[in-house]
Design a protein around this ligand. Structure first.
Ligand SMILES: C[S@@+](CC[C@H](N)C(=O)[O-])C[C@H]1O[C@@H](n2cnc3c(N)ncnc32)[C@H](O)[C@@H]1O
Length: 259
């Protein structure tokens, strides 16, 4: 089996952190496959959000990785204030050297533990790009994330459909069937290690993921008074293996009751 059951959430987070620390230089230098795939939709949404606020757009990027969102804001000439959060200090040190301009800052934050008080209600757009699916304590991480959303602000999430993630892990239909029945039984209590996708193929480096379905984020978003405003799916395939990106924007709406 390529998946395994999640038992100890804290142990998963610790091993994920160690994995990211090992992969920092690699991730910063790599030509990652997902970025060109979602860049156009991210640009469209961020441009629209900048027009909506009609002033400098504050973007809080959670699990910022190599900060491709910041590069996008610069390339698209969007008037921004950018705060990148990540739990991997080695990545942040590099990013602080690379982006020393006044509008950009980077903070060491583990979103499964807490959001710093001064970041509460600051994000016109709070982004989680491909990070939620590696967080074991999703209710806490989601709650901490939504705290960063400013009044009328948006939460923008980039995700990969778990069935296409499963398809990318297996080597045969029989293997897929076995994984599928485990997924049916355990759902998001299943985790996996996957080779990192590069534009030219796969790297011999792993990242760790958990099989969350979009519906789980949506349930939490509703609990936190967020209303779904936009949802897109983008399908890409390599070597016959589909990868379905899911992009959602929720809007802060205090009028919604908890459900
Ligand atoms: C798959 S990468 C995605 C990076 C970037 N957002 C992108 O789209 O390329 C996930 C990032 O989230 C960070 N991360 C993982 N768990 C985290 C946590 N609990 N708190 C903060 N950052 C975390 C990792 O260090 C890594 O940089």
């Amino acid at each position: 089996m390529k998946t395994h059951q999640l038992y100890n959430l804290d142990a998963f987070r610790q091993s994920n952190l160690l994995n990211w620390q090992r992969n920092t230089d690699f991730w910063l230098a790599a030509k990652l496959r997902h970025v060109p795939h979602v860049y156009p939709i991210a640009a469209t949404i961020l441009f629209r959000e900048a027009q909506r606020v009609g002033r400098r757009l504050t973007v809080v990027d959670i699990g910022c990785g190599d900060a491709w969102v910041l590069r996008l804001l610069k390339e698209q000439r969007i008037d921004y204030k950018y705060v990148g959060l990540d739990f991997n200090e080695s990545m942040l040190e590099h990013l602080r050297r690379e982006h020393s301009e006044a509008g950009a800052s980077f903070r060491h934050v583990d979103i499964e533990l807490a959001l710093p008080e001064d970041l509460a209600k600051t994000g016109d757009v709070v982004i989680n790009a491909f990070n939620f699916f590696e967080l074991a304590d999703m209710p806490t991480a989601f709650a901490n994330t939504t705290k960063a959303v400013a009044p009328d602000g948006g939460l923008l999430v980039f995700h990969i459909d778990p069935l296409t993630q499963l398809l990318s892990l297996v080597d045969s239909l029989d293997e897929f069937r076995a994984e599928l029945s485990a997924f049916e039984q355990y759902g998001s209590a299943l985790a996996y290690d996957k080779l990192i996708d590069l534009q030219g193929g796969e790297a011999q480096r792993m990242y760790k993921g958990i099989l969350y379905r979009f519906a789980e984020y949506h349930r939490l978003a509703r609990m936190h008074h967020l209303q779904l405003e936009d949802f897109e799916e983008i399908l890409h395939a390599r070597d016959g293996r589909p990868q379905l990106y899911q992009v959602a924007l929720w809007r802060e709406n205090r009028g919604l009751s908890e459900s």
